[in-house]
Design a protein around this ligand. Sequence first.
Ligand code: NI
Length: 199
Amino acid sequence: MKRIIFIAIAALGFVVVATVGRYYLMGGHDGEAGSARTVSIGGPFELTDNTGKVVTDKDYRGKYMLVYFGYTYCPDVCPTSLSIISQALDQLTPEQLDKVLPIFITVDPERDTVEAMADFVPNFHDKLIGLTGTIEQTKAVARAYKAYYAKVDEDDPDGNYLMDHSSFTYLMGPDGKYVAHFSHGTTPEVMAKRLAEIL
Ligand code: NI
């Protein structure tokens, strides 16, 4: 029993440290700018979109990018987040909506092929762009955005696995630079209000 309690406390401690660490990494509250001063978020990437076209971050210059990292096999977190993004976008005016591109970047490129992304993204929003890449390209873009991911359940005999991943939505400016971020669980109303202020 003592051992179990010890493990529980150790696990809790890890979560607290990880959460606080992440909070400081991001450096602020939802929708607030400011963390860019201490930690740079974002940067160049080269990936393939859901139409099979090779794209880089520069292709999206001139528009705000609303970037979310996840994977199509995600049982709950990603569908929830993407549906929140979609609902937030639907609350914008057509002029505001025209300025922003929602972008879903997979952290599971082994399963999330161009075809898988093409099937997946229209479930959420007409404008949603799905990006996949090689393992190296995925690592590079996740590193640039300080997005965390890891494969879990790798021992499953059927080859099924889940991806553990951070769940932030990043708003990048028309110049490609960080503007704001939204934590997991931000409501569509809060996200829409903040986007409307910025866009
Ligand atoms: Ni997910």
